[in-house]
Design a protein around this ligand. Sequence first.
Ligand code: ZN
Ligand code: ZN
Length: 146
Amino acid sequence: MLIVITHNEQGINRHCRCHRVYNPSTSIQRFCRGCRKWFDEGCLTPEGGENLLARQTVQEALLKMPIIRGQGGATRPQEWNIVGTGIYASIIRDKAQDFEDITVKEQFSMEEQWERWIDILKPEFVIFIRKARFIDYKCPGCLSTI
Ligand SMILES: [Zn+2]
Ligand SMILES: [Zn+2]
């Protein structure tokens, strides 16, 4: 009996300007909230300058965190490498103003601010985000920083 397997690409989502199929193990992508689209970092042009998270309050820094997904060759992927950081970004947006108000009122140090975030974000994610240094990119669609 002959079994013919045909490759059916229908239903595969293509992304970015390159219209390639997203491969989480090799690429890292940025999400544009305005366009609601994912772009490969490799297909984007850096805006120049580092997104300096360290100079602000923890809340201000977290609100500037880009939404990313993909492990880009990393050998031990974490949950956010697979599903993206969008879930954390929405938790951060919900809580940032409350946390900022308390930070100002109680004059929390950076360390004390991070301790509050560890309670609601995963500790592994907080460790990752504290060490992360992101390059800003310009969205090729709406030209906002992503
Ligand atoms: Zn691309
Ligand atoms: Zn955009």
